[in-house]
Write a protein that binds this ligand. Sequence first.
Ligand code: T46
Length: 134
Amino acid sequence: MIINQLLKSHPVRGDDRGQLVAIESNIDVPFEIKRIFYIYGTSQGVPRGNHAHYKTKQYLISVSGSCKVTLDNGLDKETYVLDKQNKGLLQEEFVWGVMHDFSDDCVLLVLASEHYEDADYIREYDQFTKQVVK
Ligand code: T46
């Protein structure tokens, strides 16, 4: 995986009132945003995710605090630190993702390309590697 292709810094449109970061479908993220969700209040030492998706692409931004995200495409594994409100990480379909090392104040915002559908999840790592490593 090439780090710069997945991790992106967005312009911060700040003035004396404070900061603003704008994210637009098909411009700042390479898909149409159909769903957003966010996780916060994560129990210490407990990872989230641990799955891949058949169709869904996700874009992850830690809008408060920090966390780490390990992405694994079946061949390479890379851990990214999300610690700025204007830094976003793309998790494409067929990429295993684990979110971990959340700070107490972390709010992880996720923009997703698809509506929620349980059938879009690949939850068994063995099944994932069978599909991506041919
Ligand atoms: C990801 C990480 C960061 C919904 O009803 N709608 C939704 O859009 C989502 C994402 C979840 N849910 C329900 C399904 C479960 O009953 O919320 C519950 C917790 O979801 P899950 O166990 O999938 O949570 P995480 O933290 O393991 O994973 C979620 C996303 O599923 C995942 O794609 O990247 O947050």
